[in-house]
Design a protein around this ligand. Structure first.
Ligand code: NAP
Length: 248
């Protein structure tokens, strides 16, 4: 049986305390990676315990990725702890939904800073180390909202479309140094981010999904594991849509 291994790899996952980020960190640990698990408010201690059980090491680092200096601290800590970064997953994200007419500047700025500026700051810091190593893998989490648009999400859609443009440009900039940069665009996934949606809206959304159901964080984690692995060695600048057939 062929298994995907990340043995010996060091990964940084932002927003790893809950939801999709947590599932990605778990999957990477089980595949043999040592992982820096970033959190902001929710502690990620359970992941350090899981890593120990699996014979790996996970280090939890508090950093508010909406702040550039925190992003730099996160990457510096990873390099100090493990001596290198092989994989960077930018997963941390927020929504502050509202129609544009009623959207205040804070709702715009906070979403752009958390979802997009963080990607600039962590990639800038991590790519220096990856370029020296002449290898590396970046996975940025976007959204189908960044592809299709979604009413009430001009801020969120702009941030997630920005993640795609940023990632494709970076893939072209540093591909020759052996660094791959890819995007995962999830559709509707069961997590704290979507748990508050009204049942009626969930039913309406499910009708737009070919497979008829919401995905689970593990569905995104499996895609991330594939993109991080040597099986994806010739894939860069790609946007892998994982949405049960919604955005097609
Ligand atoms: P979630 O359950 O709300 O979890 C969000 C995670 O991001 C938490 O771990 C949170 O940590 C972290 N985070 C938020 N602000 C942060 C900050 N300033 N600094 C560091 N960490 C921060 O969301 P999710 O559903 O797992 O979403 C994960 C990613 O997938 C996001 O980028 C989201 O936009 C994207 N996505 C989700 C869906 C979906 O349907 N769920 C669809 C498309 C794309 P704390 O608890 O410590 O604040």
């Amino acid at each position: 049986m062929k298994t995907i291994s990340l043995e010996g790899q060091v990964a940084v996952v932002t927003g790893a305390s809950r939801g999709i980020g947590r599932a990605i960190a778990e999957e990477f640990i089980r595949a043999g990676a040592n992982v820096v698990v970033n959190y902001n408010k929710t502690p990620a201690d359970e992941l350090t315990a899981l890593a120990e059980k699996e014979g790996r090491r996970a280090v939890a680092v508090q950093a508010d990725v909406s702040k550039v200096e925190d992003c730099e601290k996160l990457i510096d800590t990873a390099v100090k702890e493990f001596g290198k970064i092989d994989i960077l997953v930018n997963n941390a994200g927020i929504t502050r939904d509202g129609l544009l007419m009623r959207m205040d500047q804070n709702a715009w700025d906070s979403v752009i800073e958390t979802n997009l500026r963080s990607v600039f700051a962590t990639c800038r810091a991590a790519s220096k180390h990856m370029m020296k190593a002449r290898s590396g893998c970046v996975i940025n989490i976007s959204s189908t909202s960044g592809i299709m648009g979604n009413p009430g999400q001009t801020n969120y859609s702009a941030s997630k479309a920005g993640v795609i443009g940023f990632s494709r440009s970076l893939a072209r900039e540093i591909g020759a140094r052996g660094i791959r940069v890819n995007v995962i665009a999830p559709g509707f996934i069961q997590s704290d981010m979507t748990s508050g949606l009204a049942d009626k809206l969930k039913e309406e959304v499910a009708k737009q999904i070919a497979l008829g159901v919401f995905g689970e964080p593990a569905d995104i984690a499996n895609a991330a594991l594939f993109l991080a692995s040597p099986m994806a060695r010739f894939i860069t600048g790609a946007v892998l849509v994982v949405d049960g057939g919604m955005a097609m």
